[in-house]
Ligand binder design. Structure first.
Ligand SMILES: [Mg+2]
Length: 273
């Protein structure tokens, strides 16, 4: 049996017992192909259509869990009914609501701003680098750089952080696009753990599915071990996820099958988080 059949079967089993479905999705490399520049990413129309169908089910909730900001996710996924956990969960935007930053992230904003400004100077000699102030973290997108230059950039970022952040409030994490400097303790594992705690009062033991493609998703796979169906997208690599899908096209196929085989009949668009 292929992984996609096993995943659909497990979701279907849970759903036949009336369990609500909580679907957590990464964006880049999961719903859309990775691009050299994050700004070039586009959501394929069939993906938008599948997500629009999913959010119409009364007991399905779709959460985007991404390193992108909520504003970027809203632009890429103009769908009412999605909840966005942006900047690795540091930012939350519920359907119809405004995006809010976690209080710990707000407290670290001056340090993040200083880090961004310093990196603009420190890394000025790398013209292909995109150094993005995401408000709650700094993204250094180095996909266009050769490996040796990427290593050098990572060393410069770490050295700058050691000098600026004596209390070790921020950490460096590497992902498919490059390097992120963000608040210690806030990652996708933390984000999904918070999500499960906050859902518990409303939905007893929902069926949880998490799909992601990147090292940043591994924290979520580990946090969800034994609690969710976890799926890593991409080539076979060591992963804490239970299942693997080869590429975003397979993820789309899964979402379409979840719509038709693993969830009950749609209801009115449900805009509650
Ligand atoms: Mg990704």
């Amino acid at each position: 049996m292929a992984d996609i059949d096993r995943i659909v079967s497990r979701i279907g089993l849970a759903r036949r017992h009336g369990t609500p479905l909580l679907l957590c999705l990464d964006y880049d490399g999961t719903l859309a192909e990775l691009k050299d520049r994050p700004g070039d990413a586009r959501t394929p129309r069939p993906v938008l259509e599948a997500l629009r169908r999913l959010v119409r089910f009364s007991n399905v909730r779709v959460f985007m869990v991404s390193g992108r900001t909520a504003a970027q996710l809203v632009r890429l996924l103009p769908i009412r009914g999605l909840t966005h956990l942006g900047a690795y969960g540091a930012q939350t935007k519920r359907p119809g609501g405004k995006a809010t930053w976690h209080p710990r992230v707000r407290a670290l904003r001056p340090l993040v701003r200083r880090m961004h400004r310093s990196l603009l100077r420190d890394l000025a000699r790398f013209p292909d680098l995109i150094i993005e102030d995401k408000w709650g973290c700094v993204g250094v997108q180095a996909r266009l750089l050769p490996p040796a230059a990427r290593t050098e950039v990572a060393q410069i970022v770490r050295a700058r952080l050691r000098r600026l952040d004596r209390r070790r409030c921020l950490v460096v994490a590497e992902n498919a696009y490059g390097i992120e400097v963000g608040p210690r303790g806030i990652d996708k594992g933390w984000a999904v753990s918070q999500l499960l705690i906050s859902r518990n009062g409303r939905w007893r033991r929902p069926a949880v599915v998490y799909i992601g493609d990147d090292t940043s998703d591994e924290a979520a796979f580990r946090a969800l071990r034994g609690k969710a169906v976890t799926v890593r997208v991409g080539k076979p690599l060591p992963s804490a996820a239970e299942y693997r899908l080869a590429n975003p096209a397979r993820v789309l196929e899964l979402l379409e099958r979840v719509c038709t085989e693993a969830v009950s009949e749609p209801t009115e668009p449900n805009l509650r988080a």
